[in-house]
Design a protein around this ligand. Structure first.
Ligand code: ZN
Length: 226
C-alpha cells in the first residue's frame, strides 16, 4: 500500500509480525459521507479498519424507523464477527463522516487469524469492548433522557472526528437517536443553554467538552486508544 495514514488503534496494538502480515493483504479505502458499506442480509465480504471518519451501524424497523446501534471509528472495524466465521450483516453500515479505512477480505482475515493467537486476541478485544457498549444500550435507552443520550452520542462522535464541528441535520440526528426531530431540537437547545454546544442549521459545534460530559449519562465510554 502507498499513502498509508494509519490511525487505527487496533493495528497499533498488533505484534509487528501480525501487523506486517495484515498490512500485506489490506488496501487503502477512502469513503465519502453517505457511502453504503452493505445492507442487512449481505454477506460480509470485506472488513474495514477505520483510520479516519465514522461508519454508523444502523438498525431499521419494518415501518422505516431507524436508530444507530453503534458507531465505528479509529478504535475498531466493521463486521465484528466476520473475522471468526462467515457472517451476514444484521445492520446497515454507512458513512456519516468521510474518512479512510484499510479494507481486507473477510476470508483472508479469517485465514490469518487462524494462524495467530496474538492477532485473535487483539481482534477479540474490540469485540469485547463493543459488547459492553451494546449491553449498556438497552438500559440507557429505557432509563436515560434524550438530552443525556444526545450528549453521549455527541461525545462519541467528537472522539472519532477531527475538530469540534460536526455537520449533521436534525433529521439525521433523529434517525441516529431513534427519536422525533422535535426531541432533537429540545435536546440541542438544552445543551446549548448549558454552554456545551452551539447548533445552527446542519452544524453542531462542541463549545465546552466538560459541560457536555456533565450533561451525558454515565454510559459514555472513552474509546480505547484515542
Ligand atoms: Zn445512558
Amino acid at each position: 500500500m502507498t499513502n498509508i495514514s494509519q490511525r487505527n488503534a487496533l493495528l497499533s496494538q498488533l505484534e509487528p509480525q501480525d501487523k506486517a502480515d495484515l498490512i500485506s493483504i489490506m488496501s487503502d479505502f477512502d469513503f465519502e459521507a453517505g457511502h453504503e458499506f452493505g445492507e442487512v442480509g449481505d454477506d460480509i465480504s470485506h472488513i474495514y479498519f477505520v483510520n479516519h471518519g465514522i461508519i454508523s451501524a444502523v438498525a431499521t424497523m419494518e415501518d422505516g424507523q431507524s436508530a444507530e446501534a453503534y458507531m465505528v471509528g479509529c478504535e475498531g472495524f466493521t463486521g465484528v464477527t466476520a473475522w471468526q466465521v462467515p457472517a451476514e450483516t444484521s445492520v446497515r453500515f454507512f458513512c456519516h463522516l468521510a474518512g479512510n479505512a484499510f479494507r481486507v477480505k473477510a476470508a483472508k482475515l479469517r485465514g490469518l487469524a487462524s494462524q495467530s493467537e496474538s492477532l485473535r486476541t487483539t481482534l477479540a478485544s474490540y469485540g469485547a469492548a463493543l459488547q459492553v457498549e451494546l449491553e449498556q444500550a438497552a438500559p440507557c435507552n429505557a432509563i436515560h433522557s434524550a438530552t443525556q443520550r444526545f450528549a453521549k452520542w455527541l461525545l462519541r462522535a467528537h472522539d472519532r472526528a477531527n475538530g469540534d464541528t460536526l455537520f449533521m441535520t436534525q433529521e439525521f440526528l433523529a434517525k441516529m437517536l431513534g427519536v422525533q426531530r422535535t426531541t432533537v431540537n429540545d435536546a440541542a437547545q438544552s445543551l446549548a443553554a448549558a454552554g456545551a454546544i452551539s447548533y445552527s442549521r446542519g452544524r453542531v459545534t462542541i463549545k465546552d467538552r466538560a459541560a457536555l460530559e456533565r450533561a451525558s449519562c454515565e454510559c459514555y465510554l472513552t474509546p480505547e486508544g484515542t
